[in-house]
Every structure is written in C-alpha cells, then in structure tokens.
Design a protein around this ligand. Structure first.
Ligand code: CIZ
Length: 303
C-alpha cells in the first residue's frame, strides 16, 4: 500500500474510533505528519488528558504512553510498537530508588519524566527538561534526589542553591555528543547559534549558546538573530523546526543524534495499531495514583 492509501485508512479509522494520534518531536517525519498533535512528552500527555477522544495512539516510547495512561485513565492508550522503550528510563528501578531514599531521609525526590510509572510513584514530584530548574527551586526541601538523568541533574545543580544528589543515568543519544562535535559545528556554520538539550554532557552544554527542552527550541529559533541554527537534540526535531520556523536554516549538531527507539514507529505500524487496537498501555491503579500525584504536583508549580 502506498503512503497516501495508508494515511487515508488511518484517517478513516481515527474517525470511526474517536481516536487521536499524538507524536513525539523525535518521531520520523511521516509519523509526525499523520499526527493530530506533535510535541514533547508532557505536552502530549496533557493533550491526552484534556481530549474528548476515547482512543489515544501515542507515537513515542513506552514511558510517554504510560504518562498519558496515568493522566487519562478513562481512555485507551495505544503504543504502536512495544519495543519502543527508553534506556535512560530503564537506568533506575523503583527498588533502587527506594534504597537511595533510605540514605537521604528528609530529601525530596524529583523524577525526570523519562522514568517508569513505578519510579514516578516513588517520587515526590516530576520534572521535564523545560521546567526542571523551576520545579526544583519550588521545593521546600534543601536536598533533592534527582533521577535518573545525571546530565540534567548537573544542569539543574548549576542553577539552584539546593543540594542535588544525582543518579548517574544518561540518554545514550544525547550523551554521545562531544566537545569535538561543537568545535566542528562552529567551523562548519560560522555565525550560527547552537542550541542543545540539557541531556547532553555538561561540557557540551557549556559550549552551546543555549540549552533547553524541545518545546523551547521552536521559540528560541524564531527569536534567534542568526539565520543558521545548529540543533543538539534528536534529529526528528528538525522536521518540526523546519515546518514551524521557515525563515531559518537548521543543521543537526551530530549524525549520532538518532534515537533507535523513537524510530520503531512507522506509518504501517500506526495503521496496524489502529486496526488491531494494540498495544494497550496500562498502569496498575496503585502505581497510577501515586505517579499521578507526582505529575500533578509538577503542574501545580507551573501555574
Ligand atoms: O520530555 C520530552 O519529551 C523529552 C524526552 C525531551 C524534550 O525535551 O522534549
């Protein structure tokens, strides 16, 4: 079946099932193009919660579909390919976090949204890369256990007076970028502005012009004085940047910036997921309730 025929089928199944398709900024171009909304994991989970749809097809990785299931418990949340996981989220388990908490009584636990529902349930509050500094600064505790991303923890530690105890997890994709990539980009694109994700190594963040989550990169690019923007996050983000910010030229900081898990979802799998209503992502009621508390506490800080 050609791409147009698949898209047509997807659209008619969406109508029939009162479904919406949410695609993360890192999805392949054609999946982003068939989606009703494209965004970061938290924006998409909120859309899932607020939407009147009965069925949410989440094109992203497992923890993202879980977050949508936590915030939208009455809806059916589907993930097109169960292989789409997140090695960073898997770097800490709920048991490991329980052990860490024993060593720091009285500390608050901030869990990056890139974590399992079980880890969120063991946490006091969630953060995203867009709001981590603000959320941590809003906590009353002086010591914060920050899991699982060590690079994001370092980014926060440099912008807060609180004592940050970090778990040393990392995103394989963002952590693969090194100083040499930034040096090369400065040579290849003189005058360009370089924006990187805070999941990158601290030395890469220090050499960039700015560091932020994917949500902020659109506005940053619109406001940038430079015509060329070098982007240090997963390559899928360039599709949205090029579409929404047509006056700028975008370049990827490194060819290593491809997340294999984000590329499992294809147009064909989106169609199969809608046809067969698979794979349903659920979270046990006990875990869901606690994880929802941590996610909603983050939201309360943001208003
Ligand atoms: O929160 C997300 O969606 C991730 C994983 C990164 C970002 O900055 O959007």
């Amino acid at each position: 079946m050609d791409k147009n025929a698949i898209t047509e089928k997807i659209n008619s199944l969406k109508l029939k099932n009162n479904a919406i398709i949410l695609a993360h900024n890192y999805q392949i171009d054609e999946v982003q193009d068939v989606a009703d909304y494209v965004g970061d994991s938290f924006e998409l989970s909120q859309i899932a919660a607020d939407s009147k749809a009965d069925l949410i097809l989440f094109c992203g990785v497992h923890f993202m579909a879980e977050s949508a299931a936590i915030l939208a418990p009455q809806k059916t949340v589907l993930l097109p390919d169960l292989n789409a996981g997140c090695p960073l989220a898997d770097m800490i388990t709920a048991d490991q976090l329980q052990e860490l908490k024993k060593d720091y009584p009285g500390a608050a636990v901030a869990a990056y949204i890139n974590s399992s529902a079980a880890v969120k349930a063991e946490s006091d509050i969630c953060v995203t890369s867009a709001n981590a500094v603000k959320v941590v600064n809003a906590l009353t505790e002086d010591t914060v256990l920050f899991v699982p991303d060590g690079n994001l923890a370092h980014f926060v530690a440099e912008r807060t007076d609180k004592r940050i105890i970090s778990w040393q997890g990392y995103c394989n994709t963002h952590h693969s970028v090194d100083v040499e990539d930034v040096v090369q980009a400065r040579e290849s694109y003189p005058g360009a502005q370089i924006v990187v994700h805070p999941e990158c190594r601290p030395e890469v963040v220090a050499m960039a012009d700015a560091s932020m989550g994917t949500g902020g990169m659109i506005q940053y690019s619109r406001d940038a004085a430079a015509e060329d923007i070098v982007v240090g996050t997963e390559k899928g983000m360039l599709h949205r940047l090029k579409k929404e910010c047509t006056s700028k030229r975008f370049h990827i900081l490194s060819s290593k910036l491809i997340c294999p898990d984000m590329k499992y979802t294809t147009l064909e799998k989106v169609l199969t997921a809608l046809e067969q209503k698979k794979h349903v992502i659920t979270v046990s009621p006990e875990v869901r309730e606690k994880a929802e508390f941590a996610l909603k506490r983050m939201l309360a800080v943001m208003v």
